[in-house]
Design a protein around this ligand. Structure first.
Ligand code: PLP
Length: 386
């Protein structure tokens, strides 16, 4: 009997290789990267001694894992403290922490919509939002990127229960959503506004309180935020922030909260440690933005094509997927780690280098990183990036 149910995988792998889109796992050592502009550690906190000590202490006290869903094995004082702190810091009534930002988006989208309701979603939204829309069973209208008028039209045509969803800062290009205009459109349509502030927390708003605080929308009765603890807070996990009745509703109905093991204690402790540092050292947020502007200004002055950053992500266009992979590898070989985004991670098919403007980069490191990216850039003959 021939039994080869996975033969189709080889054909897919060949197609991927032909398109220059093979992904491989590269080993990573325990120490920090020589010069790291690839991670999402925007504030340089993941190895901060206070953060690692807080993570370790939480694991010692509460165990290596949460041992089950918090609805089954109980909710620790540590989780409650993190939820209080996150809500207070970002200016919301209540918060719920989950095992990842991905799970937080699935939770909010599935619990706050459903059959018969409409989700209006920006075309540049993160994959976790796309998947949340699919899981929700709501109708989904995907509208052009950062286009408040398109949101307005979709909501007006639907007329019933609806939710608009957007990243605050888009992960591929680092540009910001028009939150004030979107809030106005939602108010007029009596629709909920869900904002994924994964890339805004710690970078935007006073002292890094996030994009919603910056826009004066934090704590508004129609607004819900999702967060990840894995970027500015240097830890792991996610959260939903909003009115207390919304958070209660999630505890009762969000499947990625109910049927998922609670956030690991070490991750909760690490995030609390990072929040404490951010409260004490609010200047880290402004510094991340300053580093982003410096990277953008110097790279574009030298002729590269990049998007003006609204937060800490600097996105530089590459001529092709192959060229982007080679460029990132050459940067790494020269001692500067940068990210590389290719299809299917980019909505428009344009591959990019993605540089993270970490708050703890020195002027010397910024100069080295810029020099490396420029020295390794694809030649004019390869494509029109310069
Ligand atoms: C915009 C956005 N939302 C959600 C997530 C998912 O967060 P997490 O990595 O905590 O699952 C990410 C992370 O990559 C992100 O960039």
């Amino acid at each position: 009997m021939s039994f080869a149910p996975f033969d189709w995988i080889d054909a897919e792998a060949r197609n991927r290789a032909a398109a220059g889109l093979v992904r491989t796992l590269r080993p990573r050592g325990a120490g920090p990267e020589p010069l790291d502009l690839a991670s999402n550690d925007y504030l340089g906190l993941t190895r901060h001694p206070e953060v690692t000590a807080a993570a370790g202490a939480a694991a010692h006290r509460w165990g290596a894992g949460a041992t089950g869903s918090r609805l089954v094995t109980g909710s620790t004082a540590l989780h409650a403290e993190l939820e209080r702190e996150l809500a207070a810091f970002c200016g919301f009534e209540a918060a719920l922490v989950l095992s990842s930002g991905y799970a937080a988006n699935l939770a909010a989208l599935t619990a706050l919509t459903g059959r018969g309701s409409l989700i209006v979603s920006d075309a540049g939204n993160h994959a976790s939002i796309v998947d949340g829309c699919r899981l929700s069973r709501a109708g989904t209208a995907v509208v052009p990127h950062a286009d408040a008028d398109a949101f307005e039209k979709a909501l007006r045509e639907h007329g019933g229960r609806a939710l608009a969803v957007t990243d605050s800062v888009f992960s591929v290009d680092g540009d910001a959503a028009p939150l004030t205009a979107l809030a106005e459109v939602c108010r007029a349509a009596n629709a909920a506004l869900l904002v994924d502030d994964a890339h805004g927390l710690g970078v935007l708003g006073e002292g890094g309180r996030g994009a919603l605080a910056a826009a004066g929308l934090a704590g508004h009765g129609g607004v819900v935020a999702t967060l990840t603890l894995s970027k500015s807070l240097g830890s792991q996990g996610g959260a939903v922030l909003g009115p207390a009745r919304v958070i209660d509703h999630l505890v009762n109905t969000a499947r990625t909260f109910i049927f998922d093991t609670g956030l690991a204690p070490a991750a909760a402790g690490g995030a609390l440690g990072a929040l404490g540092i951010l409260r004490r050292e609010p200047e880290r947020a402004a510094r991340a933005r300053e580093v982003a502007t410096a990277l953008f200004t110097r790279l574009t002055a030298a002729g590269l094509s990049a998007v003006r950053p609204d937060a800490a992500v600097v996105s530089v266009r590459a001529p092709s997927a192959d060229a982007a992979v080679r460029w990132a590898a050459d940067c790494r070989a020269a001692g500067t780690a940068v990210g590389c985004f290719r299809p299917p991670s980019v909505p428009d098919g344009v591959s990019r280098l993605r540089l993270t403007a970490r708050a703890d980069l020195t002027e010397e490191q910024i100069t080295t990183a810029v020099a490396t990216v420029l020295a390794t850039a694809p030649r004019q003959a390869d494509a029109p990036v310069r």
